[in-house]
Ligand binder design. Structure first.
Ligand code: ADP
Ligand code: MG
Length: 410
């Protein structure tokens, strides 16, 4: 296998892209050399940016061991990521980087460099708002979900998609690591004390049961091709545009997963915003309202877009089945908050760094943000069955915040 380096990358690109002008001066950087804000966090692959006067490209190479953890990780992921990006780009070209080529032999693919936009997580951590992002993400998720589902695809293509994206090895990381292994992680004693004092009538085992129920959904509901790791570090945006990257976890999974996973990330920013320092209380209020408005528009746009796609392009046998559409969207409304809860719980208690909370330097404030997040996660997990719309989810967040602040501030 050829290892891409800064030295061989230009001749490599020329060999694979005859139209690439290798005579132009180019800047080559490796992701990980820059700041976390520019380069993101937690990558497992080798990624280079190559920029000349004509184009800006990203070269992504996967190796047999993760760049960060050193653990073995399936090599096929690079090919699958390229394939899923190609499908998602065909469905929603405005939201996915375009692709240049794939080199299966060396586990490389090359795509558009979208770093004229910024990684959403680190901007939210700095209280930057993206007014269109909720709508854009909702539209991206609903379109990619609908057009890769059996409500649109031929039975044959839908089954082929399931086989092609079996992705057992990467899915296992989520199925076990995310849904099971972290729960019961002993969290900091004082944290645990405040949390359990507040946990009402449910017990640890009840939450674990919910996790198992969601995991069952995650493992067996083959609704559509989903991203499966759509957190805010895998979103690039500015005031006008949004792009989604990092698709190696893709598989045919449940409709509500990406929606809940991203909403979870927004709620953890909300918990951080309740306690992190702001230049003024007014700015805190504005930013918190923005985050909840984004959760609302994310869900509402998802429902609207999915419904429009259904009316326009569902197969004839499904089109008039309003009751079926309603039951799908109800299921999304009941499962997505559970996934949000699961992912936030995981990030709040696991050892991996959590940039959303790392901006809170005061130990007490950080602890409060974490306990608030756990409380919201707890409530979402049990109350989700009654939700009729995203407004009910937001009510849970606000009522938990109110209860928690009363307890903290007296
Ligand atoms: P990994 O699968 O290793 O997590 P990602 O696809 O998330 O890799 O990319 C890691 C980092 O590389 C991103 O946070 C971003 O900084 C950079 N990157 C990846 N793809 C692109 C792209 N198309 N445009 C700009 N930057 C990118
Ligand atoms: Mg990533």
């Amino acid at each position: 296998m050829l290892h891409i380096t800064k030295e061989n990358i230009i001749p490599y690109l020329k060999e694979h892209m005859p139209d690439f002008d290798d005579t132009l001066p180019a800047t080559i950087t490796m992701v990980g050399e820059g700041s976390e804000e520019e380069d993101g966090d937690g990558y497992v692959n080798y990624i280079y940016r190559v920029r000349n006067a004509r184009e800006a490209l990203v070269v992504k190479q996967g190796t047999a061991v993760s760049r960060i953890s050193g653990q073995e990780i399936a090599l096929y992921r690079n090919r699958l990521e390229y394939d899923s990006m190609r499908i998602f780009h065909a469905i929603a070209p405005e939201y996915v980087p375009y692709l240049k080529f794939q080199d299966e032999e060396n586990h490389v693919f090359v795509m558009e460099d979208v770093s004229d936009l910024k990684i959403v997580r680190f901007q939210l951590a700095k209280n930057v708002m993206f007014p269109k992002l909720g709508r854009q993400c909702g539209e991206y998720m609903a379109k990619t979900a609908f057009y890769t589902s059996e409500y649109y695809l031929s039975r044959h293509d839908y089954r082929k998609l399931q086989q092609r994206f079996e992705n057992t090895e990467l899915r296992k990381i989520m199925e076990d690591g995310m849904f099971l292994d972290h729960f019961g992680c002993p969290f900091d004693a004082t944290l645990g004390e405040s949390f359990w004092a507040f946990a009402d009538r449910f017990e640890r085992g009840d939450y674990r049961t919910e996790l198992f129920k969601l995991r069952r959904n995650f493992m067996s509901h083959a609704d559509a091709l989903i991203h499966a790791d759509l957190h805010t570090s895998n979103l690039f945006a500015d005031a006008e545009r949004m792009k989604v990257i990092d698709m190696e976890f893709t598989f045919v999974g449940p409709f509500g997963y990406d929606l809940g996973y991203l909403a979870g990330n927004l709620l953890s920013q909300y918990c951080a915003a309740c306690f992190k320092p702001f230049p003024s209380e007014n700015e805190r209020k504005t930013f918190k309202a923005y985050l909840l408005a984004m959760v609302k528009s994310l869900f509402e746009t998802y429902v609207e877009t999915f419904t429009l796609c259904w009316a326009k392009d569902a197969k004839a046998r499904y089109k008039d089945q309003q009751g079926l559409l309603t039951s799908i969207l109800d299921e999304v409304m009941h499962t997505a908050p559970g996934y949000a809860s699961m992912v936030n719980w995981f990030r709040a208690v696991s050892d991996i760094p959590y940039p959303d909370f790392d901006v809170i330097t005061d130990v007490e404030d950080r602890r409060n943000a974490t306990v608030l997040s756990l409380m919201i996660d707890w409530a979402l997990m049990f109350e989700r069955y009654h939700y009729q719309s995203v407004d009910d989810l937001i009510d849970t967040v606000l009522s938990m915040e109110e209860r928690f602040l009363k307890l903290v501030r007296g």
